[in-house]
Each structure stands twice: as C-alpha cells, then as structure tokens.
Design a protein around this ligand. Structure first.
Ligand SMILES: [Zn+2]
Length: 676
C-alpha cells in the first residue's frame, strides 16, 4: 500500500510538471499536444491529487477588467467518458433509459441573464460560480436575444426571468475566411468574445442548450415555462434561440450507435464538436447544483478512434487459432496511419453485424493492434464475410467457439510446430534456426518442448549438413539458457494473445509463480489491466491443456523459472533505446533492464525515465521528443554505469516552469488577444 501511495505521488508530480510545461507552451503559441491530450493529463492528475496546487492557480479568475457577475445556473465540471465502456458504466446507473443526446460544442460557455424578459447580463464561465460580464459584446453575437417573447405565471402576466445557457462558437467557414491566423475555432471565439472594444463579436454565434427560471435574492422568482428537458428545448426554440442539435435515444446501445454516426459526419459539420452531452428527461436541480453533476455526462470523441470502411477479411493462422484481420481504408489514429484492424473472433463479426464494405469505427486504445469497435452502417452493396471451415494443415473441421476459431486437433502439426518455434523465439536461442526446428519436427524426434532438452550432440551431429561443431554450438545455446522469467516461460508456450508483455502485467499483478497461474480463474485474470474476458478465458483453458507439458519441462531440471525481481536497482525506472548500441544488442539491453526490475519501452512517453542513445545530439524523433518532454538522454556507458549501481550526472533539458494563472481550457484566447 505504501509503495502504491509513493508511486501515485511520483506520478502526480510528473503530471503537475507536464501540465505546467504544456500550459506554458500553449501560451507561447507552440502547443505540442492537443486539447484532448491536455485534458487527459488534467483528468489523471485530478483523480490522483484533487487538491494539487496547479488547479487553484489555473482556475483563478481572469483579471482583465470586465466586471464580475455571479451565475444563475450552477456550472459544475462535467463527468466524462471517452469510450463506450465508460459511458455504459455510467448509463446503467442512471434511473432513466430515454437519453437526450446533444452535440458538445467546442466553444466557450456563456450565460444570458434575463429580468422580466430583458437581457441584463451575459456572463462567461469564469470559475463556474463567477464570470466576466461581457454583455456589451454578447449583444453583437448572433443568437443572443435582447428580449424574450411570451409571458408566464398566474394569468400569463410575467415575462421570463432567469438564466439561459449557451455556447459561443465560431463556424468553420468564418474561421477559414476571416481568422485563419487563429489556431482553431475555439481559440478564435474565446479571443473575440473578450476583446475590450467588442470588434469581431458579430462573427460569433450562440447556440443554447439550457435554461432555469428565477433569480435568487431578487423579486424575479420566475415561472418555469417548461417542466422537463424536452419542453425546455422546445421553449428555447420558440423564443427564437438557436438550439444545440438534439437527438433522443432509447437505451445505452442507441446512444453508442448514434455517437458512431456523429463521428462519421463530424468532419462535414459547420462547426467543431468534441463529443456529445447526454442527460435524462427529468430536470433535477439538486443534481445540477453539485460541483460535478452525476446525471449528465460528456461522451467525448477520442483521437484514438475514427470512421473508415472494411474492405477485406483474411484469417491469420497462428498455432491452432484462426484470427480474422480486417483490411481497412487507411485512416489516421493517434498519430499513425492504420490499414489493418483486429476482428478478434467470429463473435465480434456477428455481434457488430460486420460485412465487407461496412462503414466502421476503428479504435486504438492502448492496444498495439487497432480493433473495430462499432458498425456505423452497412451500405447496400456489402457482402458477407467468409470464414474457413477446415484446418489448412490437418484438414480437421475447425471448432467455432465464437470467441475463438481453431483447429481442435491437439496434435495438429501446425500447432505443435508453431509452439516449438515460439519457444525458441521467446528464449532467443539464436543458433537454433527455423530450418533445424522444422527438420527435427518433421522427423518426429521433437514434438513437444521437453523433447528439445533430450537432444544429444551425437543425434544432432548425425543430421544432414550438421557437423559435430555446429551440433555442440546448437546444444550449448539451448542449455545456456538455464533460467527464465515466468513471463518468458509462459509466453514461450504460444498461447494466443499471451506474449511476454501481457505476462509481465500478470506477474506485476501478483501472479508470479506457475502455481498461482494454474489456480487463477478467468474472473481473476480479467481483473488485471488490459485482460479482456476472451484473453483471460483463453489463458485459463490453455494453461489447463498445457499444464502437463509445462510441469514435465520444469521437473526435467532443464531449466528453472527465476523468481520476479523485486526492488531491483531499476525498480520504477523505464528505459527506451534508440539507435545502435556498441556492446550489446537492443534486446539484450532490454533484458538487462528487466533483470534489474525496470521496464523497457519502445517509445518515448512522458513517464519515461531515460532515453538511451549513443547519438545524444541526434534529430531522431525519439531524441527530439525526449528533449521536448525534458526526459534525460544518456549514452550507453552511462546506462551501463547505472546498471552497475553507480551514480551518473544527468542534465535534463528542464522546461521552463512558469505558471500563468489562466486555464488553456477556459480562456485560451485571453492572453493571445491582450493588447489588441
Ligand atoms: Zn489442424
């Protein structure tokens, strides 16, 4: 527990440092990350350390001369979901199944305050309680009504008093034609609405989505011209406001499907949206006055998902399993171009209703291989996806468990042969070539992994094109590997989807001996990060099948499983290698890191401890990114010194730590426009 708290504190400090850094870059007009990425840092820090100093600094109110005004409608922060799983987790707790779904506009919030039907104040978000009164500017904006029609209350005698909430936006067309120098529509809108002289506000538009009658502490108690969210939107429209686009969805899946459709048309919309806002029909004032209302949620779009077309499915054969892989129209996902996606299994194809030609949502969240998350639609010319029905090697009818299509023949040569190759590969036994494995396998001498360890020099030397010397070399390299980690051991048995990385996660989660793994249930394993139910079930069933072979191997004494490294000198440290190393291969360096309790990473991320390269001044993308993120760059001798436990001098390119008291989220245009 204590260790966990320590890790959290370290991570929180890293996040705080990163937030300040990126905020600073933002104000210097050189943002390195997107708003969404910034939000992710922000949210993570909030969950780890809600009282962090950085929040009070950044949320403090702007002081650029506008009068201050209190909000009438409380403006808490919004619950957020960025993927269907987290949305579903929220939705199933809600006491309603009819969802009101609105575009989440990417602009700036504004509250219009009316007394007896007359506009008196227009207030920016500010800190959610008090904002800037920009009424003069707001009057110039499209969609701001100076007076409201209609009268309510007893005898229909009282015009509306209360607040109307909307979002100030700039359309993409206006941005393109008039303000192409501004980074995006939101920045442009934020800047214009806070100009002292109000010029340019005529290019802004306000789209409304909320209203509440009554002005606390005043004679304007207000009569509600509506009794639920649907009537509210109708009333806003009847007054003449432009209302945010709204859809009604019955049930959770309908919302998820609708979101996929909106993602598809999003590039063609006249304005920017960054997600959907979802709420129920009932108005719940108590909930709305919470700092973080629970009954509505922002279901955001993510950089890690996109809409494209499924063109072809081929069945990747690995061991016994046939995995459907989709070829898709190339699409950008989280900074990379993606052309293939994992369809995982036949169930996935059936559940999503996928066909060749389907328009689909493809995602890449943490996983290495993108997958298809949802069907947008099946245009009329789609065709069915064809699935193989017999094993391409032994001819056995394939078993379709839904979660897995495979050759059920336990002695299927393809499966056994592949397992041997995998073992040699995972243990990195270099002199044991694929050709040799194939010959030993086809001769029937080696069918299972333990068979490898009964080979003798004489036997090998007697094989064609194999002299005594090579036979000795091959056996030496095999038996030199006397001790392996549990992760390598299990990954070497070629269980679908279980590589060293995934095994490392299990070991980290406490499944650090074979016996603990054998005893684990599917539910146990599913609780480990990134283990879906399919993968967990596959592992449990395959461990049961492979247990005798695994135990034979351990009992033979050919090798031992070494206990996991705890508190090694690299514990909690991560290393990424780039370029050539002089004294070792990259995978050897990575093994060294792991053997000392550290982790090896393939890319430069914010939480990386060291980038190791012998060309520190290189302009490779990894070096550049490490410099930008302030991650120490060390060379091979320094890395080896660290591994020996020595102290080295490192001068990280420390980013300037300034703390402007403005949130990039809330009023990014502010600073940009000062002095205009
Ligand atoms: Zn087969």
């Amino acid at each position: 527990m204590a260790e966990k708290t320590g890790k959290k504190a370290v991570r929180a400090r890293e996040l705080e440092k990163n937030i300040r850094y990126h905020q600073n870059r933002y104000y210097n007009g050189e943002p390195e990350i997107t708003d969404d990425e910034f939000d992710a840092l922000w949210d993570e820090l909030r969950s780890l350390d809600p009282d962090n100093q950085v929040f009070t600094e950044i949320n403090s109110e702007s002081t650029d001369g506008f009068p201050k005004e209190y909000h009438l409608i409380p403006m808490g922060s919004q619950e957020k979901a960025a993927d269907p799983e987290s949305f579903t987790a929220w939705a199933v707790k809600m006491p309603f199944a009819h969802f009101i779904v609105q575009y989440k506009l990417d602009g700036a919030s504004l509250e219009l305050q009316y007394e007896n039907g007359v506009l008196t104040h227009a207030v920016t978000r500010g800190d959610g309680r008090v904002g800037d009164d920009i009424t003069r500017n707001a009057r110039k904006m499209n969609g701001v009504l100076p007076e409201l029609p209609g009268a309510y209350g007893p005898g229909g005698a009282t015009p509306f008093s209360g607040g109307v909430r909307g979002e100030v936006i700039m359309t993409r067309a206006v941005h393109r034609e008039r303000f192409p120098d501004k980074a995006n529509c939101r920045n442009a809108a934020n800047g214009l609405m806070k100009r002292k002289d109000g010029t340019g506000c005529e290019y802004l538009e306000v789209l409304c989505y909320d209203a509440a009658p009554g002005i606390p502490g005043s004679p304007f108690t207000g009569h509600a011209p509506f009794s639920d969210e649907i009537e509210k939107l109708d009333w806003l429209a009847s007054c003449g406001f432009s209302v945010v686009h709204t859809e009604h969805c019955e049930g959770v899946q309908a919302v998820i499907d609708y979101r996929a459709k909106v993602m598809d048309i999003r590039p063609e919309l006249p304005f920017d949206i960054d997600g959907l806002v979802i709420k129920g029909r009932e108005i719940d004032p108590d909930d709305l006055s919470r700092p973080r209302p629970e009954k509505q949620i922002a279901f955001k779009f993510s950089l890690e998902e996109a809409v494209t077309v499924l063109r072809e499915v081929f069945w990747s054969e690995s061991g016994a399993t046939y995995t459907p892989i989709a070829r898709i129209d190339p699409v950008r996902l989280a900074g990379t171009t993606v052309q293939r996606a994992n369809l995982v299994n036949p169930n996935m194809i059936a559940e999503l209703g996928l066909r060749i030609g389907s328009r689909i949502v493809v995602t890449k969240r943490g996983e290495i291989i993108p997958k298809i998350e949802a069907l947008v639609e099946n245009p009329p010319d789609t065709t069915a996806i064809v699935q193989p029905d017999t094993c391409s090697v032994c001819g056995t009818a394939l078993a379709d468990e839904g979660t897995r299509l495979y050759c059920p023949n336990p002695d299927c040569p393809k499966r056994l042969h592949h397992r041997l190759e995998k073992w040699i590969d995972v243990l990195d036994i270099r002199s044991f070539g694929e050709n040799l494995i194939r010959r030993l396998f086809e001769s029937g001498r080696v069918r299972r992994i333990p068979d490898l360890y009964t080979l003798t020099v004489d036997e090998l030397a007697a094989m064609e094109r194999m002299g005594n010397q090579s036979a000795e070399r091959v056996l030496r390299s095999l038996t030199a590997k006397k001790s392996v980690s549990l992760a390598e051991f299990v990954a070497g048995f070629d269980i679908e989807g279980i590589g060293v990385t995934m095994m490392d996660k299990l070991v980290d989660a406490g499944y650090d001996t074979l016996d603990k793994l054998f005893a684990a249930s599917g539910d146990d394993l599913q609780a480990v990060y990134q283990f879906g139910s399919t993968l967990a079930q596959t592992l449990v069933s395959q461990l049961a099948v492979l247990r005798p072979e695994m135990e034979d191997l351990v009992d033979s004494g050919a090798l031992e499983i070494k206990p996991p490294v705890r508190n090694g000198i690299f514990a909690g440290k991560s290393f990424c290698f780039t370029g050539e190393l002089a004294g070792m291969k990259r995978n050897e360096a990575e093994r060294l890191v792991k053997s000392l309790g550290g982790s090896a990473k393939s890319s430069v991320t914010r939480d990386l401890s060291f980038l190791v390269t012998n060309e520190p001044a290189s302009s490779s993308s990894k070096s550049r990114k490490a410099r930008e993120l302030g991650i120490p760059i060390i060379d091979e001798p320094a890395f080896l010194a660290l591994a020996r436990g020595e102290t080295i001098a490192v001068e990280p390119p420390e980013p300037a730590e300034t703390s402007p008291a403005k949130s990039p989220q809330k009023d990014p245009g502010n600073q940009m426009e000062l002095g205009l």
